[in-house]
Design a binder for this molecule. Structure first.
Ligand code: SF4
Length: 134
């Protein structure tokens, strides 16, 4: 049971009112949030599949070289832009390691040579397939 039902009199019309306790309201909010998080994760899966299907896959050695650049470009330390990104929405459920300069997750960014007609590259030019074969 959600709460107590009552009939409010407004201008002669009888309108049913439902009182929801704050605990029940919190539970509803929690469940809606869970559904929203699950939907967001599913949306990312579909988006990722769409991105990957629209690109040219990079060879494994290129993926590894890009990974080295992102992880060790600051004198053996990770690049300053190597962090967490939220590809669906800020403050959302999907948080992934990625490039905070461009906002792309590594799981798609490093894997592709091109996306449609666009060449996938590091925004700082630390790896660029066109110029450095990475
Ligand atoms: S793609 Fe470039 S800017 Fe982004 S984290 Fe990697 S090295 Fe840094």
């Amino acid at each position: 049971m959600l709460g107590n039902a009552a009939i409010a009199k407004t201008g002669g019309a009888k309108v049913p009112m439902v009182y929801i306790s704050s605990m029940v309201l919190e539970e509803i909010k929690h469940r809606v949030q869970q559904l929203s998080d699950a939907a967001e994760k599913r949306l990312w899966k579909l988006t990722k599949a769409s991105i990957m299907s629209g690109g040219t896959k990079a060879p494994e050695e290129v993926v590894k070289a890009r990974e080295r650049a992102c992880e060790t470009s600051q004198g053996g330390k990770p690049c300053q832009y190597n962090g967490m990104v939220e590809p669906i929405r800020e403050g959302g459920a999907v948080k992934l390691p990625g490039c905070t300069q461009c906002g792309c997750p590594f799981e798609t960014k490093r894997q592709l040579l091109t996306l449609g007609t666009v060449k996938v590259k590091c925004p700082l030019g630390l790896w660029d397939f066109e110029n450095q074969n990475l």
